[in-house]
Design a protein around this ligand. Structure first.
Ligand SMILES: [Zn+2]
Length: 279
């Protein structure tokens, strides 16, 4: 009985701890603390580093610094909440995958396939801002709260489940097809799109066209979404493009009275120079 009582006390303590650290940006309940987001992200990052066959890193400082520079400018937006997360960029040398993903606590992975697929800097920036939102609004730990509740939190806190990070890394490499905890809900996707727009809209100087993520949606939707080409298959699993997403972004641009983008706000020419450096 004593054990049960102790468990209950720990239970309520953890719940109180979780609620006391709720972020103000997310839409769902999150029982995890921000430092647990960071901890989980670091564990998965270490696991990913052990799997060079699945995640071959592109060691090109010029390109990595370029993408890191874009990320650093995005997180300077007043709309980004968790500015202390570690939004460090890793480029994954895989032209056959058009995708990017973010780990809890910030680490961002960008596939060379995505960099080759997009036509201008602003589109890449829109996608990066979408990914940053998943970390910033702590969507992964919200999903884990929904699916695993307190159990996974205590396991994580006690280090009782070292395979958890491995499972996540393996799931990500497959496009998260078997690991539902990092598959975001449709609401998360909608929020990440909308918030990507706000991040860029509120950026001092508004250097990039805030609705540029729509060019990516238009391109991916162009081939129809019933049978995506193989390089888009992971994208369709993790971030299914849809006409609704495109309509929502268009509506947001219209509501903000955005004029059509200038070349300076898209930076197509500058982007081609970096694209040409890709192996
Ligand atoms: Zn997403």
């Amino acid at each position: 009985m004593k054990t049960l009582k102790t468990q209950r006390i720990i239970f309520f303590f953890l719940i109180a701890l979780g609620f006391s650290q709720l972020g103000c940006g997310g839409s769902g309940v999150n029982l995890y603390s921000k430092s647990q987001d960071v901890q989980l992200g670091q564990q998965v990052q270490a696991e990913i580093a052990k799997r060079p066959a699945e995640y071959p890193v592109l060691n090109n400082p010029t390109l990595r610094n370029y993408v890191q520079g874009l990320v650093n400018r995005i997180i300077s937006s007043p709309n980004v909440i968790n500015k202390d997360f570690n939004y460090s960029v890793t480029l994954v040398q895989d032209d056959k995958t058009v995708n990017a993903f973010t780990l809890p606590g910030g680490p961002i992975y960008v596939y060379t396939g995505l960099m080759k697929y997009v036509d201008n800097e602003a589109t890449l920036v829109g996608i990066l801002a979408h990914e940053i939102t998943h970390a910033d609004h702590r969507h992964s730990t919200q999903q884990m709260t929904k699916q695993y509740g307190l159990d996974a939190i205590t396991q994580l806190a006690l280090g009782n489940n070292p395979s958890l990070a491995g499972q996540i890394a393996a799931g990500l490499a497959r496009g998260a097809e078997s690991l539902t905890m990092l598959q975001f809900s449709r609401a998360d996707e909608t929020e990440a799109d909308a918030n990507s727009f706000i991040d860029l809209y509120q950026l001092p100087g508004r250097s990039w066209y805030p609705a540029a993520i729509k060019f990516f949606m238009i391109k991916t939707l162009a081939g129809g979404n019933s049978r995506p080409p193989s390089e888009l298959s992971k994208l369709f699993l993790t971030h299914p493009p849809s006409q609704e997403r495109l309509n929502a972004t268009n509506a947001q641009a219209q509501k903000a009275n955005l004029p059509p983008p200038t070349e300076a706000q898209l930076n197509s020419a500058g982007y081609q120079r970096y694209k040409a450096m890709l192996p």
